[in-house]
Design a protein around this ligand. Structure first.
Ligand SMILES: [Zn+2]
Length: 471
C-alpha cells in the first residue's frame, strides 16, 4: 500500500524489531509507576516519569500545571514546510480495584502468553508509549523527524479531563498544529485495525422526585399521598416512546444524517449480528428495528436510564410508600448536538411534564467528528497499511466518548484515532493487558504514519490553520 511513492520505512522497522525486548521493558517500567487520578495514588511521581519518557524520545519535555493533575507536553520541530502533528494520550489510569481479582498485582507488570498484564498497560500507557518509541526510532535511524511533533499527555482523562479544554483555550499557541493523532481503546472486535474519525458525546443527569416529607405506610396512606416513583415512571415514559424515538421536545433538531462516505464505511465494518445476540442472550436489538448495528452507535443519540432508585428493594416485602425517588440517566450525543443545549431541552421537558421534579446536571463531554474526506486521511491510511499489511477499517464515529471536542471544537483541528489495544484488553477491569504483538505493530504504525504525513505534499496552512469544524 505504501507503493513506490511511499517513504522508505525498512530502516525504522528494523530498528523497532531489533529493540523489541527493550521496548517491552520500557513499557513494564511505565506500568510499574501507579498513576490513579481518581485517588491521587502515585500522580506527582507519574507526571515526572511521563516527562522523562517524552524527553527520552528526543522531545523537549515540560510539565504544565493545571488546577488538577498536571499535563505533560513535548515538542520537536521537523523540516520546514512539514505538518505539525499533535499526539494526544493520557498517563493516568483507572483505580485497580478489586485487587483480589488480579492474577498478578496491577502495578507489578507480568508478561504471560505474549501479553503484558498490569493497570494502564493498554489504557493508555502502552498506546502513547508506542507513539513515543516511534519518535525515538525515527530519530535513531534518521537523526530528524519527518514532521514537527507535539505531544500532550493528559493526567485526568479517567476522571473526565476537567481542565483540558480550559488549558487548550489558554494555550492555543503551544498546542497549535495541523492535526491531532490519538491512540486509545481497542482495534475492531474482529481484530482488524481501524482509523477513527469521531466519538459520541455524553451528558449525564439525575431526575429527583419528592413526595411526603417521610416514607409512609402504603395502606394507611396509599391513595392519599402521591408516590414519587410513579412520578418518575410517568415522566420517563414521556421522554422515549416504545418505538425507540426520543420524544423530548426539540431533542433531535441538531441530529444530522451521516454523509455518503460515512455510510459506506459503516457498511464495511464487520459485525456478526447473530453472534452478538447469542453472546448477550438477546432475541432482538433495542427499538427501533431495522437500523444497522454500526449506524446505531455512530449516527444516533440515546437516552439511557442507568438506574431507578427509591423505596424498598430488599428481601420479601415492605409495604412502604417512598418519600423520594431518583432516576440516573445519560444521553449520548452525536455530531452537532451540544450538552448545554440538550440539558436546556431536557429541563424544559421536565418543567412541562413533571414540574416538581428536579433535574441535576452531572458530567458532560461534547461529541466530535472529523470529516472522512480530510486531506490527512490518505497519508494516515497509507502509513497504517505500510505498517500493518492491510488497509484499516474506517470508523466515522465510535459509540463511546473521549474529550476530542477539545481538539476539533476548541482548537479546530482534524483529529484521528489509531487504537492499538487488543479487543479483550480488559481496560478499567482486573487483569488489564496489552497484546505485545499489537504494541510492536503499534510502534511501527506510529512511525509509518509520521513518515507518510511528512512525505505528503499537502498545502499546510500552518499552525494558525483553523481546521475543519468549529463550535
Ligand atoms: Zn480509560
Amino acid at each position: 500500500m505504501s507503493g513506490p511513492a511511499g517513504p522508505r520505512l525498512d530502516d525504522v522497522f528494523a530498528h523497532v524489531d531489533a529493540n523489541r525486548a527493550s521496548f517491552v521493558e520500557r513499557l513494564a517500567g511505565w506500568v510499574r509507576v501507579p498513576s490513579v487520578s481518581a485517588t491521587g495514588q502515585g500522580m506527582p511521581e507519574a507526571a515526572g516519569h511521563a516527562r522523562d519518557l517524552v524527553a527520552a524520545a528526543g522531545l523537549e519535555a515540560t510539565v504544565a500545571e493545571t488546577a488538577g493533575w498536571p499535563l505533560v507536553l513535548g515538542h520537536r520541530p521537523g523540516p520546514p514546510g512539514s505538518p505539525t502533528v499533535l499526539i494526544y494520550g493520557h498517563y493516568d489510569v483507572q483505580p485497580p480495584d478489586p485487587l483480589d481479582a488480579w492474577t498478578s498485582p496491577p502495578f507489578e507488570p507480568e508478561v504471560r502468553d505474549g501479553r503484558l498484564y498490569g493497570r494502564g498497560g493498554a489504557d493508555n500507557k502502552g498506546q502513547h508509549l508506542a507513539q513515543l518509541l516511534a519518535i525515538e526510532s525515527l530519530l535513531a535511524t534518521r537523526g530528524e523527524l519527518p514532521c514537527t511533533v507535539k505531544v500532550l499527555l493528559d493526567g485526568e482523562e479517567e476522571i473526565g479531563s476537567p481542565h483540558l479544554a480550559g488549558f487548550a483555550r489558554r494555550e492555543r499557541e503551544r498546542l497549535a498544529a495541523d492535526l491531532v493523532v490519538w491512540s486509545d481503546g481497542p482495534v475492531d472486535p474482529a481484530g482488524g485495525w481501524r482509523l477513527v474519525f469521531g466519538v459520541r458525546g455524553i451528558a449525564s443527569f439525575e431526575l429527583r422526585a419528592r413526595g411526603a416529607n417521610r416514607s409512609l405506610h402504603s395502606g394507611n396512606w396509599g391513595g392519599v399521598v402521591p408516590n414519587p416513583l410513579w412520578t418518575l415512571v410517568h415522566l420517563l415514559a414521556t421522554m422515549r416512546d416504545r418505538d425507540g424515538r426520543i420524544t423530548v421536545e426539540g431533542f433531535g433538531d441538531e441530529v444530522e444524517p451521516l454523509g455518503a462516505a460515512e455510510r459506506a464505511a459503516l457498511e464495511l465494518l464487520p459485525v456478526d449480528l447473530e453472534a452478538v445476540k447469542a453472546d448477550l442472550g438477546l432475541e432482538e436489538l433495542d427499538a427501533p428495528a431495522g437500523r444497522g448495528f454500526a449506524e446505531r452507535l455512530a449516527a444516533w443519540p440515546t437516552l439511557t436510564i442507568n438506574g431507578l432508585h427509591g423505596g424498598y428493594g430488599g428481601q420479601g416485602t415492605q409495604t412502604v410508600l417512598p418519600s423520594e425517588a431518583v432516576a440516573k440517566c445519560d444521553v449520548r450525543l452525536v455530531h452537532a448536538q451540544r450538552a448545554a443545549d440538550v440539558y436546556d431541552k431536557l429541563e424544559a421537558h421536565v418543567r412541562r411534564h413533571a414540574p416538581g421534579v428536579e433535574l441535576v446536571r452531572q458530567g458532560s463531554m461534547e461529541p466530535s467528528r472529523t470529516p472522512m474526506g480530510s486531506a490527512f486521511t490518505a497519508p494516515i491510511r497509507a502509513g497504517m497499511a505500510a505498517a500493518q499489511g492491510a488497509d484499516p477499517l474506517l470508523v466515522p464515529v465510535l459509540g463511546g466518548s473521549l474529550p476530542l471536542h477539545v481538539f476539533t471544537g476548541v482548537l479546530g483541528l482534524p483529529t484521528f484515532g489509531i487504537p492499538l489495544g487488543n479487543p479483550d484488553q480488559a481496560n478499567h477491569a482486573p487483569n488489564e493487558n496489552l497484546d505485545l504483538e499489537r504494541f510492536h505493530t503499534g510502534i511501527r504504525t506510529a512511525a509509518a504514519v509520521l513518515a507518510h504525513l511528512g512525505a505528503s505534499k499537502l498545502p499546510f496552512m500552518g499552525p494558525a490553520s483553523s481546521g475543519t469544524m468549529a463550535g
